[in-house]
Each structure stands twice: as structure tokens, then as C-alpha cells.
Write a protein that binds this ligand. Structure first.
Ligand SMILES: Cc1ncc(COP(=O)(O)O)c(C=O)c1O
Length: 384
């Protein structure tokens, strides 16, 4: 199988990742912080090591502000539902995944918040001024994506961080790093991001069931209302959830197997270098664009400027149904891609591709130019 669906989840994972998970399972599979014995303390040490490594990777100086979650949606829900209050105004964009769209739309429909969904002028990417123009005195949160999961366009989140600080100190800045974490280097403190949500299972190479919410040092974490209460392994006499991070937001046994995988994934990125994946993805995307852009049967969505793109390319083929094409690619050519709306309906309305969507090609670090050539050949064959 040629796997071009890395924007959904990365495959394959580096062998180091599943070897670390197996080793953890075999040798130290205790419950972190729950008991004093060696297996529990070694599990706790591994979880702490991953917290340190993940925090360092994104420029977060206080690792206790790194909260492990189930996935990126979980981290985004924790931030949105934990912070936004009745009467607040929230700004987002049409380029979001449903894990931002749906919680905010539900709050707006319930009359709880007012919502501005910025529709940028450029296809697939927003400009700082467009977001700042939407700020009102009631704006409590700006929640948007670093990198579009449909077009792969990288948005200027660091520039927006500075502009938002100038616009008002009460605005919480939440960035969805689902498609950028592990691919596009980001120092969240320098970018003045309050909350950074990410999955572990995409370009951090961890298994599914992993993610994190990173809370910037200037943000008052007491403002996040916890909604998952339970055991933390700490003081069990306390009648309420502990106030201190990360336990305040981490009730229940964590996904230790997954976190062992995430630690190995972070070490893998450390070994290949933080920009290796981006450079590699861009080489493949550039190759795909080069082969398809002058052929009138194909339409490419979003900028073709490779310096502003990460690992996703959306296309359509003239007179071909995306779902059917994906099925032919799978069945006849052994190529995995994702057709349709990619959980981003407003993005496709913005692109003019709603409701049928596009065909998303998302290469990853383990794909080769030779595989890209096979994908191009298959697409040309289907087009004709
Ligand atoms: C931009 C974006 N945000 C959020 C998510 C949700 O991630 P998860 O499936 O880890 O919850 C995705 C998943 O593809 C995504 O692409």
C-alpha cells in the first residue's frame, strides 16, 4: 500500500515507537503515581520525561503546564468549554476542523456566545489583519488552526500572537496544531500563544489515543474550568480535584502505552531534526504540484507556493467523483488517500467544493518520490 493519508494519522510509525511501547508494556507497565512500587515510579518517570520533552519541543518552560489528552479534539474541547463564558464573543475561521467548529457552533446555537467565523480573501489561508478586524470589546477567545488540514496552507500564528496582545489582554489565544505539530517548528511562548492543542498520532508519531494541551506561561490556568474529575494519584483525602497542574486537568489513569510511544516519537524527531519532515513533505508536494498543475484535468486548491505549505494537497479531477476515485486508488492501485470534506465543511464552502469535497493527498516522512510518481500515474490514468 502507498499511504498518502498522513493528515488523518501518520503511518507507518517509526519502529522505535512500537518497540518503546512494547518495552514499556513488558517491563514497567505500572500505573504512574498511583503506588509507591518500582513499576509505578518507573511509569511516572517515563510520563514525566515525555512531558518535559514535549514542553521543550514547543518552547514551554514549565512542563507541568503540558496536559495529556486523548487526541487533539479532546484538547480543543478542554480549552473551549473550560474557558468560554456566557455572553463572550469568539473568533474563529472557515478553515477549521469540526473539533473547533462544532463546540463553538453548539454554544452559538444555544445562545451562549456570539461567534464570528472569518472567511479569508485568500483561498485556504488567513491574514492577521482579517482576524484583528473581527475583535470586539467582548472577544474572549480566538481559536484557529496553524495549518489547514484541507489545503496544507500554514497560517501566520506567531504574527497573530503579537497583534492579539496589542489588541487586548483579555483575549485567550487558542491554536490548533493538529497538522503542524512535529512538522512546522513553533515556539509557543515566543508566538504568545496561550493554549496549543495537538494530537500525538500525526506528525509526533505516537499511536492514536494521544494528544496534549499546552498552557502558555502568561495564561492564568485557573481560568480553565475542569470537567474531567477523578483520581490523580495525589492527596486522596482532598474532596475536590487538585488545583495544581497537570493533575487539575488530568483526572484518571493516562494512556501510558501511548505516552511511551510519544516519547519515542519525539526522540525520533530529535534524531532526524525538527525540520526534516517539513522539508521532506515539501519535496513530495512540490513534485505532485509540478506534475498536475499544467494538466487542465486537475484543479489544485490553495496556494502553490511551497514555502507556505505543509503536508497536504487538495485536488479535484474534471468529471470524476472524489469518493469513487479514492475507491479506485485503493482497490486497483493500492493507494490510500482521503476524499470528501475532511471534517472541514466550512473550508469546502470557502473553496467552492462543498458538498463533494476534494481528494486529499497527504504524504509523510516515510513516503518517497517514486511513490509520488506512482500516485501521479494512477491519477492520470483515472483522469483519462
Ligand atoms: C486541523 C485539525 N484539527 C483537529 C483535528 C482533530 O484531531 P484528533 O482526531 O486527534 O482529535 C484534526 C484531525 O484530523 C485536524 O486535521
Amino acid at each position: 500500500m502507498i499511504y498518502f493519508d498522513n493528515a488523518a494519522t501518520s503511518y507507518p510509525k517509526p519502529p522505535e515507537v512500537f518497540e518503546a511501547m512494547l518495552k514499556f508494556m513488558k517491563e514497567s507497565g505500572g500505573n504512574p503515581g498511583r503506588s509507591g512500587h518500582r513499576m509505578a515510579t518507573s511509569a511516572e518517570a517515563m510520563v514525566g520525561e515525555c512531558r518535559n520533552a514535549l514542553s521543550k519541543f514547543f518552547g514551554l518552560k514549565q512542563p507541568e503546564r503540558c496536559v495529556f489528552t486523548l487526541n487533539c479534539s479532546d484538547a480543543l474541547n478542554m480549552a473551549i468549554k473550560g474557558i468560554v463564558q456566557k455572553g463572550d464573543h469568539v473568533i474563529t475561521t472557515v478553515l477549521e476542523h469540526n473539533s473547533i467548529n462544532r463546540p463553538l457552533q453548539q454554544m452559538a446555537d444555544d445562545g451562549f456566545i456570539t461567534l464570528t467565523r472569518v472567511n479569508p480573501a485568500e483561498q485556504g489561508g488567513w491574514q492577521v489583519e482579517e482576524i484583528i478586524k473581527a475583535v470586539t470589546p467582548k472577544t474572549r477567545m480566538v481559536a484557529l488552526t496553524h495549518c489547514s488540514n484541507v489545503t496544507g496552507v500554514i497560517n501566520p500564528v506567531a504574527e497573530l500572537g503579537k497583534a492579539l496582545r496589542a489588541a487586548g489582554d483579555n483575549i485567550t489565544y487558542l491554536v490548533d496544531a493538529a497538522q503542524s505539530a512535529g512538522v512546522v517548528p513553533l515556539d509557543m511562548e515566543a508566538a504568545q500563544i496561550d493554549l496549543l492543542a495537538m494530537p500525538g498520532h500525526k506528525a509526533l508519531y505516537a499511536p492514536t489515543g494521544t494528544g496534549a494541551l499546552l498552557i502558555g506561561s502568561r495564561f492564568n490556568a485557573d481560568k480553565i474550568h475542569f470537567w474531567r474529575e477523578g483520581g490523580t494519584g495525589g492527596d486522596s483525602t482532598a474532596p475536590h480535584q487538585p488545583a495544581e497542574l497537570p493533575y487539575r486537568l488530568e483526572g484518571g489513569t493516562p494512556n501510558t502505552m501511548g505516552i511511551a510511544g510519544m516519547l519515542a516519537g519525539l526522540r525520533f524527531i530529535g534524531k532526524i531534526g525538527p525540520t526534516a519532515t517539513l522539508e521532506h513533505d515539501r519535496k513530495i508536494i512540490k513534485h505532485l504540484i509540478g506534475a498536475l498543475e499544467s494538466d487542465k484535468r486537475f484543479t489544485i486548491y490553495g496556494t502553490k507556493d511551497i514555502s507556505r505549505k505543509a503536508g497536504a494537497l487538495s485536488i479535484t479531477i474534471k468529471d470524476r467523483d472524489n469518493a469513487e476515485t479514492a475507491s479506485i486508488l485503493d482497490q486497483a492501485f493500492s493507494i490510500a488517500v482521503r476524499p470528501g470534506l475532511h471534517c472541514a465543511p466550512y473550508t469546502h464552502k470557502h473553496l467552492g467544493t462543498f458538498p463533494t469535497g476534494t481528494l486529499r493527498l497527504s504524504p509523510g516522512y516515510f513516503n518517497t518520490i517514486e511513490e509520488a510518481d506512482e500516485v501521479i500515474k494512477a491519477l492520470q490514468e483515472i483522469a483519462s
